[in-house]
Write a protein that binds this ligand. Structure first.
Ligand SMILES: CC(C)(COP(=O)(O)OP(=O)(O)OC[C@H]1O[C@@H](n2cnc3c(N)ncnc32)[C@H](O)[C@@H]1OP(=O)(O)O)[C@@H](O)C(=O)NCCC(=O)NCCS
Length: 207
């Protein structure tokens, strides 16, 4: 049973080190991770798709909540770092059974989802995103042997993101209507038997 467990941290690869983002210490000491995520969320190329250019205080609370409260069971905030470039991307790894994508397919208990943002625009469009996403999925499969798939729901209009997810190994499934966007539901299956996603039966989809 995964009940009561936070999402796993992807096992690091040869190229990418994954580590959980640290919240503020609570004794006045500011977390450099929160500073970084806050700055990245204000970058126009990130804000355009994430819509989370919040004040630092709110990001401090969000990162704290993801690590220390019941929200920690839903989402793990993660930084992807390389030896030569340092921190390149912010990821959120979430548990599908606790997420808003749950009504949109017949999920399994160990299914995970991922959001990604490369903070420095100069580092985008250099095939880093696909590399991070692929290693994230393989690292999650390694961290949880019972996880059969990792899903994502990029904005269907975010061509660059959809392309990067596909190049990483995600398969495009179908569009879903979310409050702020039409998302393209995508999935990275562990094996052929774990694909494609099944739409839920009407009884399963009921709230
Ligand atoms: C989305 C994101 C993670 C992708 O990572 P990336 O390293 O920039 O992407 P990659 O270089 O791996 O792939 C980009 C692809 O988009 C293509 N592309 C770029 N601009 C494009 C355009 N205007 N139209 C069509 N394709 C485009 C590139 O050619 C490349 O595909 P190809 O190499 O197969 O030809 C990164 O750009 C990012 O963080 N963006 C800002 C936040 C965001 O959008 N997050 C996603 C939310 S789900």
């Amino acid at each position: 049973m995964i009940e009561g467990l936070p999402p796993p941290l992807p096992v690091s690869s040869r190229t990418w080190t994954f580590r959980a983002a640290e919240p503020d210490a609570g004794d006045g000491r500011r977390s450099p991770d929160v500073d970084l995520v806050h700055a990245w969320m204000h970058e126009p190329h990130v804000e355009r798709w994430w819509h989370e250019a919040w004040p630092r205080q709110k990001w401090a609370e969000v990162v704290h909540a993801f690590r220390a409260t019941k929200h920690a069971l839903h989402t793990l905030p993660v930084l992807a770092l390389s030896e030569s470039m340092g921190a390149v991307a912010f990821l959120q790894v979430y548990r599908v059974p606790l997420d808003r994508v749950r009504p949109f397919y017949s999920y399994e208990e160990h299914d995970l989802g991922v959001h990604i943002a490369i903070g420095d625009e100069a580092k985008t469009n250099r095939k880093l995103g696909r590399s991070i996403l692929r290693d994230t999925c393989l690292g999650l499969f390694a961290a949880d042997p019972e996880c059969r798939r990792v899903v994502a729901e990029p904005d269907a209009d975010n061509v660059m993101s959809v392309r990067a997810f596909e190049a990483a190994g995600f398969r495009s499934e179908y569009t879903i209507e979310l409050p702020e966007k039409t998302g393209l539901l995508m999935a990275f299956p562990r094996g052929e038997a774990d694909s494609p996603l099944r739409r839920p039966a009407v009884s399963e989809a009921a709230p």
